[in-house]
Design a binder for this molecule. Structure first.
Ligand code: NDP
Length: 610
């Protein structure tokens, strides 16, 4: 690196050159930018729909076709649907059905059973409703099996199995204005006439495949990580993939999923090739079993307090202590320390402080690669050159050392991705790697239309779809309700909030929705709808507040990925399809105040004769 151009700060080497590092970051981004953005990925439809098949259901459930009325229909049986169901039960709602395409509750944790799958937000704040259910996770970072079992426990605790429709997909949602009901059809031929519908489809529910030329030509075995094929690999979620001992396996992708499953593949595969386009930042995991004395010492209210403490820290709001104390909060700690130092020295230059703290953190991440990977050439390729939070940070103690194994090879594609797939394998820089199996660790759709990811259209008053309405710019109140779509509630981040700990957002949203639905039922209203004025005012506020938290994640200067719309500029209508720019803390306070006022500002409650 050339001579230092700015004051090095504690935590960075004396010869650290910020200008050169900025240039390096920019060059890494530029070489990855591609004009096709989200269109580079293949939608899993047609022949590719096989990647969506459920490998975990042994025998398809047979049941009668339903035609009936239901008070509240919840779509999705993951954490969102379970939290929604719990809050609706708390509000005294009995007539409730959950529709779920999987064979059981669990959502993300139903589908993602790949070896090593584990929550990477501390389980004591990630798992919802712990105090209500009276459960303490067994480890700081619980593995998928425990989380799936906890989801089932939630289902039992709140009586949500009654009325649950598993292995069922919604095919259409149409509002009947006269009857004030949603007509919901499913792939089982059901027709449900629901008074209220709440949608908890999940933010990362639809697997995507890379549009690599020749992707359909490969003659060997393939699957996506979210539909792990244990029949092929042997073993289970805790490893022991014994059927791979004579197999050459390719993994495409090095995101949070690959980081967790690669160590288990490396352990047993005869030969493993890991195809990398952009390295992840891989920080210390440091998992540990739950200390029973600590668990016994927790006071009532601890769960919410811990969630809020974490959310405060990762939102940059200083807290009296760091209860979670992990890789997520460490960067923020660094920023706050630097900020305090700068305050003592005089007027602080905030953006510079944040950047320097980020450099410091990423330097640590790169140093860790050198410490854990023996071959310096391989280590160099595994080092991420972008700002922390350009991509989802990852945490794992086994991923990097896996590259010291003689049977594991990193195939770095210099930011370009796999060049071609052939009948026998994968091509990078003109070299063909012959393999028996390709595992796609290529993630999930993010930037595509809500209805495409949901798998059905939502037709409001007059037959117009939500997609059509939002094409010209998203309009909602608090991200959850939209005019012409009465009695319908959407749970997602847009026009709502971004939280690193997603179940925290779900907790606030489900509390809010249950409050509105509970009130409607209490006063005998059959219809609750946002006024046009209220949603216009909310959209205006969203634009005024700017990208906020989402802007802090994956800005345009970042390497492309789903945090920054694959590096593509968003069109002007997308300026209002962002989380609330004031941040999640402000958003949650705003919702709480709105509820506390009791006047349901912006909503109209009505009654139909039907
Ligand atoms: P990601 O979208 O994060 O990663 C996909 C990977 O595939 C990236 O490394 C990407 O490279 C790579 N890729 C895409 N196209 C190509 C190509 N043509 N050639 C080579 N590589 C390619 O998906 P994940 O499933 O890893 O994670 C998705 C999200 O799920 C995470 O961000 C996280 O939010 C969540 N998750 C959470 C976990 C938890 O513990 N709670 C665990 C796992 C996932 P590039 O970066 O260059 O685009």
């Amino acid at each position: 690196m050339s001579s230092p151009s700015e004051d090095p700060k504690p935590g960075l080497p004396d010869d650290f050159d910020a200008t050169a590092m900025r240039e390096r970051y920019r060059a890494e981004r530029d070489k990855r930018l591609r004009p096709d953005g989200n269109d580079q990925y293949i939608e899993v439809v047609g022949d590719f729909a096989r990647y969506l098949e459920d490998p975990y259901v042994e025998q398809r459930l047979e049941r009668e076709v339903l035609t009936e009325d239901v008070e509240v229909l919840v779509i999705g049986g993951g954490f969102g649907g379970l939290q929604m169901g719990a809050r609706l039960r708390d509000a005294g709602i009995e007539d409730l059905r959950i529709i779920e395409k999987g064979g059981d509750f669990g959502g993300t944790w139903y589908w993602n059973r790949y070896p090593g799958a584990q929550c990477d937000i501390e389980s004591y704040i990630y798992l919802p409703l712990l105090e209500e259910v009276g459960y303490i996770p067994t480890e700081k970072y619980a593995f998928a099996k425990e989380i799936l079992e906890y989801s089932q426990k939630l289902g039992r605790h709140y009586g949500l199995y009654e009325g649950a429709l598993f292995e069922t997909e919604v095919t259409d949602l149409t509002w009947d204005d006269e009857a004030s009901r949603w007509i919901v059809t499913t792939d089982r031929g059901d027709t449900l006439r629901a008074r209220f519908v709440t949608m908890a489809n999940g933010p990362l529910n639809r697997p995507k495949l890379p549009g690599i030329p020749g992707v359909e030509d490969f003659a060997g075995h393939t699957f996506h990580t979210s539909r792990w094929d244990y029949d092929y690999t042997g073993g289970g979620p805790l490893g022991g993939l014994d059927r791979l001992h004579d197999k050459t396996v390719a993994v495409i992708g090095t995101g949070a999923t690959a980081i967790q499953c690669v160590p288990f593949l490396g352990e047993t595969a005869k030969q493993l090739y890991v195809f990398q386009r952009t390295p992840s930042s891989v920080d210390v995991r440091g998992n540990k079993p739950t200390d029973p004395d600590w668990a016994a010492s927790l006071d009532p209210g601890w769960h919410k307090q811990r969630m809020e403490n974490f959310n405060g820290l990762v939102s940059g709001v200083p807290q009296p202590e760091d209860l979670v104390d992990d890789g997520w909060t460490d960067l923020i700690g660094k920023m706050i320390r630097r900020f305090k130092d700068a305050m003592q020295e005089g007027a602080p230059d905030v953006p510079k402080i944040l950047e320097m703290a980020n450099f410091e953190k990423m330097n640590e991440i790169r140093q860790r690669v050198d410490e854990l990977v023996d071959d310096p050439a391989v280590a160099d390729k595994l080092k991420p050159y972008y700002q922390m939070f350009c991509k989802r940070p990852t945490f794992n103690d086994d991923f990097l050392p896996t590259f010291n194994r003689p049977n594991v090879e990193l195939v770095d594609t210099d930011g370009q991705g796999v060049e071609r797939i052939t009948e026998k394998g994968l091509v990078v820089a003109g070299v063909e790697y012959e393999v028996d199996c390709i595992i796609y660790a290529t993630g999930f759709e993010v930037g595509t239309a809500y209805s495409r990811r949901a798998g059905y259209q939502i037709r409001g008053r007059g037959g117009r779809t939500l997609e059509q309405k939002w094409e010209a710019g998203m309009q909602s109140l608090h991200g959850m309700q939209s005019h012409d779509f009465p009695n319908c509630f959407v749970m997602h981040m847009l026009q709502a909030a971004f939280t690193a700990n997603f179940p925290h957002l779900l907790e606030e949203q489900t509390t809010h929705i249950a409050y509105i639905v509970g009130h409607a039922l209490e006063v005998g209203a059959t219809k609750v709808e946002v006024t046009r004025e209220a949603e216009e005012a909310w959209a205006k506020l969203i634009i005024e507040k700017g990208a906020g938290a989402l802007g802090a994640l994956g800005g345009p200067e970042c390497t492309p990925g789903y945090y920054n719309n694959e590096g593509q500029e968003r069109d002007s209508s997308a300026a209002q399809a962002v989380p609330y720019g004031g941040g999640s803390i402000e958003f949650f306070e705003l919702l709480a105040k709105w509820r506390a006022s009791g006047d349901f500002e912006g909503l109209e409650f009505g009654r139909s004769e039907a």
